[in-house]
Ligand binder design. Sequence first.
Ligand code: ADP
Ligand code: ZN
Length: 743
Amino acid sequence: MTNSDPLQQALKQYFGYETFRAGQREIIEANMAGRDTLAIMPTGGGKSICFQLPALLKTGVTIVVSPLIALMQDQVTALKENGIGATFLNSTLTGRESNQRSQAILNGAIKLVYVAPERLFAEQFLGFLNIIKGKMGIAGFAVDEAHCVSEWGHDFRPEYRQLSRIRQIYPDVPVIGLTATATERVRADISQQLELKQPYVHVASFNRSNLYYEVVPKQGNEQTYTNLLHEVKRLQGSGIVYCLSRKRVDEISDRLRQDGIEAIAYHAGLGAKEREENQTRWIRDDVQVMVATVAFGMGINKPDVRFVIHYDLPKNIEGYYQESGRAGRDGEDSHCTLFLGYQDLETIKYLIAQKVDPHTNEPLEAEQRIAQQQLRQVVDYAEGTACRRTILLRYFGESFQGDCNNCDNCLTPKPMEDWTVETQKFLSCIARAKERFGSGHIIDILRGSLNKKVLQYNHENLSTHGIGKDRSLDEWRQLARSLVHQGLLSQTTDGYGILKLNDRSWEVMRNQRNVLLPIERDATPATVSDRPKISDEIGDRPIDINILFERLRLLRKNLADEQAVPPYVIFSNATLNQMAEQQPTTHHDFAKLSGVGTKKLEQYADSFISIILEHHQQYPPAEITQSTKVQKEPVSSSKLSKASTQRETLVMYENGLSVDEIARDRHLKTATIWTHLVQLVESGYAINCDRLVTPERQSVIYGALEAIGGDGLRNLFDHLREEYTYDEIKIIRAIWQNEKEPL
Ligand code: ADP
Ligand code: ZN
C-alpha cells in the first residue's frame, strides 16, 4: 500500500482502518493545530479516534476526562490491544497500583491518561500534572461525554462543572469536547462551560443510516410476547430488550430463557455485583440478550449490538433515540423495534400524574405538563405514518428528506383510509351526549348498546344510537385515539378523559376538513417475517464462508476469554466477516483487513491464519471461488430457503452439535436433519461423517458399495442384513459417489 498521507498512515498503523469517517479528519487536524474543538457526533460516529490519534502523534501526554469507570476501562483495554500506551486513574485502584501507573506515565510509556473529573482537581493530582507538564508536556485535554457539564442534558454531573478550571490553569493546552448530545441548548452550554476559545465545531448528522426503525402494535400480552420471541430469534446477534418496570424485566427474561434464548436481566433492584456480572456476561457474548430497564446502557460501548427492542413505550423521544442508538455502533445493519401498547400509555400517564413535590405534596404541574408533552411526542412518532427517520431527526432540529428506505413506513407504507363520515358520526354523538362522556360510552351508543349506563341516560333514544354498528369496537377506539392525537378532538386530563369538541372538530362536522386514518398492519409472525432481515448479504453468502466465520468467531471468543476482555476488542465483526470472505493466508494479506493494525497483525495473524489454512484443507480456496460463482447466479426463492435451512444445519453440525441436538434446537425431525446432511454431501460439501457413522461401520458400508454398487438403496440395505440404517447408508453412499466422480 502506498500512502503518502501521514494521518491516514497513522490511522492504519494504530487502528487498522483505511479511511476516516465523516468529520474525523477535520476534527483531528484542528486538534493537531492546537485549536479547541467541539465534536458532536451520534453514537457510533467514531468520536474516540478524534482525540486518540492526535494524542499518539503529538509529544506529551493527553489527559482524558471520562465520567464512568466502565467507559475508561473499556477504552484503555481497546487501546492496549492496539499496542497503545494508555492507562486510567480512578477510585478503584489501590495506592500501589496508582503509584505504579504514575511511574509508568513519568517513564514516558503512556500517551493517554483517563481520569474522573473529581480526581483531576484533587490537590495531589494537580501537582502530578505539573510534573508531567515539566517532564514530557501535556498535549491536550479531552472531555468525553461533554454533555455532562450541562444541567439541560439528561446526564448532568456536578463534578463536570469544575472543568473550566483546566482552562484557567492551562490556558494554552487545547481542549476537545466530545458528545452525542443532540439538543442545541446542551451544545451551546458545553462550549460555554468548558470555556472553549473560538472552537472548531463539528456537528455530524444524527441520522444513523444503518438502523432500521419500526413500530409494532401490541396485541395482548401473549401475542406480544410471541412477537418478541419471534423477533429475537429472527434477528440473532447481541441485543437489548428495554422494559418499563423491574417486574416486567424479570418476567420477560425468565420467559425468554424458558424458550431457549440466552437472556439475562438488569435493573436497579439487583445488587451492584449482580448487575455488573450480568453486564459483563452480555458484553463478552456469553449471553445473547440483555433485558433491562433504562437504568442499563449508559457507558456501554459494545459495538456489535444487532437490535434494541422497546417492549414498552419509552417516556420521551430523546431517550428513545439514545437507547435505540445503542444498536449498530459498528455501522453494520441493526434493528430498532418499538412495541406500541395503549395500556403502557395509560401506565405512563398515571406515573406522570403521580409527580408531586416531595415537600408539599402538591402536584408538580410544570413537570407534569412537560412529561405529558414528551409522551405525546413519542406517541406521534409511534403512530406517525411518515418516514420514522424524518420524525426523529426533526425532533433534533435536523431536516431529513424522507424516503429513507430503511424504516417500516418507507418500506411498507401504511395505507390510509378516509374516515370522515365515521368521524362525523362520532363527533355528533359526542355533541348529542352533551360532551359529558369518555370514548367508551360514546362507542357504546354508536354501536347500539343497551347497557345500564346507556339506559340510565336515555341514550338509546339519541339519533346516533346504533349508527356505528358496521365498525368494530377496536376500530372505533382507534379512531377516537387518533382524533385526539391529531388534535381533532379534545380530551380532559382530569383522569376521566371526557371528550370535548374543539374548533377543528366543528370543521370536520361542517365538511371543511377530511379525516384520514392509517390502517394498522397487524404484526402476526407471518407479516413479521416479511420485514427485512439483518445482513441479508451475509446470510446468502456461500456456506463454507459462514462456516469459516463461525470458526474464526470461536477462536476470537477463546482468545478474548483468555485475556478476560470482550471479543470485539480483539476484532470487530466487520473485520471477521472480511477475514472469512478474503481468507488471507499471509501476513501481507492479513494486514490489508480493515481493523488490523501493526500490533494486532503481530499478535493475532498466526492464530487466525492457521484456522484459515485448516479450513482450506476441507474447502480448498479454488472451490470457494467456484461456489461463490454458482451462488451469484439468480436462484429461485425456494432454492434459497432450502439452501439456507441446510446451511443452518451444517453450521450447527460443524459446531459440534449432534443430529438429535440440532433437531431439537431447530424444532425439526431428525430425519430432516439427516436429509440436509445427505444433500449437502451430494452437492459437494466435505463433511466429516465420523460423528454420524463410526469409522468401523463406514468401512463395512464402503465394502458393500464396492461389492454391489450404489444404485439400489434397498439392495444395499438387504446386503447389509438390515443392520445399518438408510440414513447411514445414504450419507456414506454420497461420499463414496463424490470420491468416485468428483463434482
Ligand atoms: P462513538 O464514541 O462516537 O460512539 P467509537 O469511537 O466507539 O464511537 O467508534 C465506533 C466504532 O467505529 C468503533 O468500533 C470504532 O473502532 C469504529 N471506527 C471508528 N473510526 C473508524 C474508521 N475510520 N473506520 C472504521 N471504523 C471506525
Ligand atoms: Zn424512512
